[in-house]
Design a protein around this ligand. Structure first.
Ligand code: GRF
Length: 233
């Protein structure tokens, strides 16, 4: 019988190989509903990883309360206390490295990362963006989609590179735009998609199927030219 492939997390590069569960940090600035989706899937046994720390730049982020309720360690580092972006990022890295973090999940983290930080965690940072990238990078995506009269909208999980919202795409969930809806309604529908596709993307990474190599997203060793796509109602 063929040996079952090891689908567990493996460290690459100069770091040693490890068969332990993927150690995940979730970075937030606000509500943390995506964080909650991870917490819920962990509680249900649908996710096989460890959230070792929740990091916020905002002491009032509701997500910090979600972390506390789930007994997950959290740390708050306020960006305003630092002279420049990289100093803040170095303080974040010090906190993350204390936890031996394998994967960083940006979940509504409203700070642009410095090139130093992106390089430090090269290929180990995922973000979710509320649009069908490469369309609509940046803010106010829902209103921009409505203003343009687009038929489809959605959300995208992608690897983080130095280009804002520009890293290789991994997984996209899309839904038809309803003309009777405003931006708030649309945002709520998009978020329900996010709560499904983001844990799914993290699962692929934690199981060693998803990787970043030479600037590309790789799935089971093959370049992912197009993101995985899923349609929702
Ligand atoms: C999400 O809609 C995500 O697409 C964007 O920020 C929002 C975070 O929401 N990057 P929450 O804090 O997870 O509720």
């Amino acid at each position: 019988m063929a040996a079952r492939p090891n689908r567990r997390w493996r460290r690459t590069g100069s770091l040693s190989l490890s068969n332990s569960r993927c150690r995940v940090a979730i970075l937030i600035s606000g509500s943390g509903s995506n964080l909650q989706a991870f917490i819920d899937q962990l509680a249900d046994g649908r996710l096989d990883l460890d959230i070792v720390v929740v990091l916020s730049n905002n002491p009032d982020a509701y997500g910090l309360q979600r972390a506390a309720a789930a007994n997950i360690a959290s740390v708050c580092i306020q960006h305003a206390a630092f002279d420049d972006r990289e100093s803040f990022d170095r303080a974040m890295a010090a906190a993350l490295d204390e936890q031996n973090v394998d994967l960083l999940i940006l979940a509504g983290f409203m700070r642009i990362l410095s090139p130093w930080f992106v390089k430090r965690y090269d290929g180990r940072i995922l973000n979710i963006h509320p649009a069908l990238l490469p369309a609509y990078p940046g803010l106010n995506t829902h209103q921009r989609v409505l203003d343009a009269g687009d038929a489809w909208h959605g959300s995208t999980v992608h690897f983080v590179t130095e280009e804002l919202d520009g890293g290789p795409l991994v997984l996209q969930g899309r839904l038809p735009v309803r003309t009777d809806q405003n931006a708030k309604d649309l945002a709520a529908r998009v978020q329900t998609i996010e709560h499904q596709i983001y844990p799914d993307a993290a699962r692929l990474f934690a199981e060693g199927e998803l990787r970043f190599h030479n600037g590309k997203a790789m799935l089971n060793g093959a370049i992912l030219d197009e993101p995985l796509r899923r349609d929702f109602e």
